[in-house]
Write a protein that binds this ligand. Structure first.
Ligand SMILES: [Cu+2]
Length: 416
């Protein structure tokens, strides 16, 4: 079990609890996934065996906090790729809610957008979510992000979809970073030379989080749940916008009794959210591992036909709630090229539902070598994204400003 860390030597560890609260706080869920001798994940696998009931309800221990099953973050949900996820969400909150499965390219009726894909789940009511996760990777679940207030209270959890064939790592850890302060830091016991898979989730509403593991190199293996051509994180540091996920491989270089803080920088401050502590003299393996290869591919479109794409430009400025006519309607299978112009003084996090997209280069018609479902768009800049509209239904596309100003833009498009 994770436990509260004693004060460490690292300077950011000297932040008092009050200092952390003043910053807004970062809650950490470090969920260690055990593996047996063959690398098979063991432990709780509740989903495949039937409907999992999750209650959205106030926390018993933290005044003002709401959580899935009352916990912040909520239960870590795991399935294997291609397996059905079956969750009954019971609303024990004093207001309506729904669950959005962020980044999962699922059936539209399960997307959790009240007023577009389902009616809101009223207090006392429930809704059954059943869908197949087509992609292996790191995802998360949360309420609709119209104002962010339910997310701020703590409603967020990790959904982990395992690869069909287990990936060769010694330890698999999910770290959900949210604004809800629960614990200052968790200790993670490691062995020398172990390869860790760290699944980082930015579950804040409006912060960029830059994460690094002191003294360690990190290899980026996946972004927003989708495998990327592995690359070394610059200075061992990765930055995540709200909603983004990054899967890192980290080879532990600690000797017995040494430790390495996992540090999050946000708003010019530094927080230690966890520490790797080497508690065993025995190396996990006699020599260092070879650099990792590509994670197994997910069934994403092999090509995007930009020449025949439907092209649409939108300005991201504040809008009122509700869903009017769609931004555009596109025939299933056609490519979409969407221009996103940030007309605000703050960066915005733009989220496209039901699809992963490519970020197009600004100067030519190439694209970045990774997929995204959430784009961090700087103030007053314009980016273009492209995707194949291969998932039928009514899909939300929306943005909200970072920082204190909670301006938000929301729209939808239809794939017929
Ligand atoms: Cu969204």
């Amino acid at each position: 079990m994770p436990m509260l860390a004693p004060p460490g030597r690292h300077r950011s560890a000297s932040l008092s609890r009050r200092g952390v609260l003043a910053l807004g706080g970062i809650a950490v869920a470090a969920a260690a996934l055990r593996h047996d001798a063959h690398g098979q994940a063991t432990g709780v696998r509740t989903l495949a065996e039937g409907l999992r009931i999750i209650r959205a309800r106030p926390s018993d221990s933290e005044p003002g906090a709401w959580g899935y099953d009352g916990a912040v973050p909520g239960p870590l949900l795991r399935v294997r790729r291609g397996e059905e996820i079956a969750v009954r969400l019971v609303n024990e909150l004093p207001e309506p809610t729904a669950v959005h499965w962020h980044g999962v390219r699922l059936a539209n009726a399960m997307d959790g957008v009240p007023g577009l894909t389902q009616p809101p789940i009223a207090p006392g009511a429930s809704f059954d979510y059943r869908f197949i996760a087509p992609d292996a990777g790191t995802f998360w679940y949360h309420p609709p992000l119209d104002s962010g207030t339910q997310l701020d209270r703590g409603l967020a959890g990790v959904l982990l979809v395992e690869e069909a064939v287990p990936v060769d790592v010694d330890r698999d850890l999910a770290i959900l970073l949210s604004d809800r302060q629960l614990s200052q830091s968790v200790d993670i016991a490691v062995r020398s030379s172990e390869r860790l898979r760290l699944r980082l989730v930015n579950a804040t509403y409006a912060r960029v989080l830059a994460v690094r593991i002191a003294g360690h190199a990190a290899t980026v293996m996946a972004i927003d749940g989708e495998p990327a051509e592995p690359f070394a994180a610059r200075n061992g540091r990765v930055a995540l916008g709200p909603g983004n996920r990054v899967d890192l491989f980290v080879d532990v270089t600690l000797a017995l009794a040494e430790s390495a803080p996992i540090v999050v920088e946000t708003d010019g401050r530094e927080l230690t959210v966890a520490r790797l502590i080497c508690e065993s003299a025995a190396d996990a393996r006699p020599q260092r591992r070879a650099p990792p290869g590509l994670l197994p591919p997910n069934p994403l479109p092999a090509r995007i036909d930009l020449r025949n794409a439907l092209k649409h430009e939108v300005a991201l400025s504040r809008t009122q709630g509700g869903y009017g006519p769609p931004l555009f309607s596109v025939r299933r299978g056609r490519a979409v090229m969407l221009g996103l112009a940030n007309r605000a003084d703050a960066a915005q996090a733009v989220h496209v539902h039901g699809h992963h997209f490519r970020l197009l280069d600004r100067l030519d018609d190439g694209w970045k070598p990774f997929w995204l479902d959430t784009l961090l768009l700087p103030a007053w800049e314009t980016d273009h994204i492209a995707f194949v509209a291969d998932n039928p239904g009514k899909w939300r596309v929306h943005a909200h400003q970072l920082g204190q100003n909670r301006g938000a833009w929301s729209a939808w498009f239809e794939v017929t």
